[in-house]
Design a protein around this ligand. Structure first.
Ligand code: TXA
Ligand code: MG
Length: 508
């Protein structure tokens, strides 16, 4: 089947396109369309056969009921019965919008649509394309997310085409959706109403309007024995090709754990994926790191989650590590989807983080333009057993400068570079509990100790590796002096690398 793709702008809706798509639906066909949550796969909700087609296109088990989408509130009473009193006030607050409510079904709704249930899920979406399409189709459009069963819900028309191209009649391409996670599902047939699926309308928002709501206890937490009340929530919705593992702990520990795991994988020649945020991105050096959004605004994370998971399916990674997100507000829905994708695979970050005496190594010389940056760069070329943040500082740095040109020339001849280096002065923050400060000569060490009154983390490089070699200062001397200095540094750094790796063995 050829799938027609029609672009549509929700701010300037082309009525001819809506009528064309509406006709397809009225004739029993399938049209994917944007909603504010995710793309839906539309069919006529009142036709049994249309529901069957929907299940076939998605490859979805037919006991998993569909949500019926309406555009006008009066239409609710045509498909649902025993509608409780709180419905009006909920609808006035949250419809149109990302809330689905479940009621006893009216007779017109076929069991094909409700997966054999006597209840019907109803939603009134806000997206203007969705609303116009629903009206053009006759008022009742069933729409599951427009993905192949077992893949993340689509947040763009391209995602829909990836999964359903050739299997459905038409895709309305209205661009990327706004919210990115499926609607909140609220079961109105019980008292108090019960959240069966968390979404952008949170429990707190609902409670502000109608008082107490309950939450299906099977939602978060492990795959429990109890079946969730929304049949669709029981399926392991989506499992990425790679194993997805969520690190849990405080954010600092999560980052450390993921870094160590990514570094270990790197040393084994394996590629891992990392789900990070704007704020944490700079902390990761190894692995295929994707930015899912900013922790300042959880909506950005919701919007990107499915796209990022889809992208990882295209990439050569065997494990994906994700940071976790605060389980409040929309964070509940985010963690619910993420945990389902992970099949509830979690690791306690604190249990993974290996004890490591030193995590940062800072070389210190006078001006931070030659010897210390050279030492740092030579050390960075070692594949050490553990990952360190390696850099350099100067005792006296009046203004930032690039590396000394002769030093750079020598480094280049050894296939290394100091390009981009900018000299910086030593500061108090450079001295943390897990810092190893290695000075080039004795006088720098003494100055630091005099200033910070601390000796446990400060050594000369030679002293630390058990050598009595002195590192000459080539400043103002010819290139050959820089060459000699480089060779001495190289010898000492080799010993340093061995010593660092042997420390790791002692610790484990
Ligand atoms: O945001 C959304 O809700 C999107 C857009 C397209 O509107 N739709 C969506 O549909 O996510 P779907 O089919 O992927 O998920 C519907 C969920 C399933 O978990 C299903 O089991 C549950 O709603 N559901 C539908 N009818 C139900 C009913 N009568 N009782 C309990 N759960 C129901
Ligand atoms: Mg779905």
């Amino acid at each position: 089947m050829e799938t027609k793709i029609r672009k549509i702008d929700k701010n300037r809706i082309d009525n001819a396109v809506i009528q064309e798509a509406g006709k397809v639906l009225r004739e029993g066909g399938l049209v994917a369309f944007p909603t504010e949550t995710v793309y839906g796969l539309g069919a006529d909700a009142l036709k049994e056969e249309a529901a069957l087609k929907t299940y076939a296109a998605k490859g979805r088990p037919s006991d998993n009921p569909l949500i019926v989408h309406i555009a006008d509130y009066e239409d609710l009473r045509k498909i649902a019965v025993n509608i409780p009193g709180e419905t009006d006030i909920l609808a006035s607050h949250f419809w149109p919008g990302p809330l689905t409510m479940i009621f006893d079904k009216g007779e017109v709704v076929p069991y094909g649509t409700t997966g054999g249930l006597d209840t019907v899920a109803v939603r009134m979406p806000e997206d203007p394309v969705a609303r116009e399409l629903i009206r053009a189709a006759g008022g009742f459009v069933s729409a599951p997310s427009a993905n192949t069963s077992g893949r993340p819900s689509p947040t763009t028309a391209e995602h829909v085409a990836e999964d359903l191209g050739g299997k459905i009649d038409m895709i309305l391409d209205g661009g990327a959706v706004d919210i990115g996670l499926e609607s909140t599902i609220l079961d109105m047939t019980v008292s108090p109403p019960m959240i069966l699926r968390p979404g952008a309308i949170t429990a707190e928002m609902l409670e502000e309007v109608i008082g107490e709501v309950s939450v299906d206890e099977t939602l978060l937490g492990d795959e429990s024995e109890k079946a969730p009340k929304a049949p669709g929530m029981k399926y392991r919705h989506y499992a990425p090709r790679a194993k997805l593992v969520i690190a849990e702990g405080d954010l600092r520990e999560e980052i450390l754990a993921i870094r160590q795991l990514a570094y270990a994988a790197h040393r084994e020649g394996r590629r891992v994926g990392i789900i990070a945020t704007e704020e944490t991105l700079p902390f990761y050096k190894y692995g295929n790191v994707k930015n899912i959004g900013t922790r300042e605004n959880e909506k950005t994370i919701a919007r990107n989650l499915y796209r990022v998971l889809r992208e990882f399916d295209e990439e050569d990674v065997d494990t994906i590590y994700s940071e976790s997100f605060a389980v409040q507000g929309m964070g509940k829905a985010i963690m619910n989807r993420l945990e389902k994708a992970a099949g509830h695979l979690r690791i306690a970050a604190s249990a993974v983080v290996k004890q490591q005496r030193y995590r940062r190594i800072t070389f210190v010389c006078g001006a931070d333009t030659a010897r210390a940056p050279m030492a740092a760069e030579i050390l960075r070329h070692y594949e050490l057993k553990q990952e360190y943040v390696i850099d350099s500082r100067g005792i006296v740095v009046l203004f930032p400068e690039p590396a000394n040109q002769k030093a750079e020339a020598i480094m280049k001849s050894a296939q290394m570079t100091l390009e981009g280096h900018v000299s910086r002065g030593f500061e108090k923050e450079n001295l943390q509990e897990d810092s190893l400060i290695l000075t080039i000569d004795e006088s720098q060490k003494n100055k630091l100790i005099a200033e910070y009154g601390q000796t446990e983390n400060i050594f000369t490089l030679s002293e630390f590796v058990g050598s009595d070699t002195e590192i000459p200062d080539p400043y103002g001397k010819p290139l050959t002096a820089y060459g000699e200095c480089f060779e001495i540094l190289r010898g000492l750094i080799k010993k340093l690398a061995e010593k660092l790796d042997s420390l790791v063995e002692e610790e484990q």
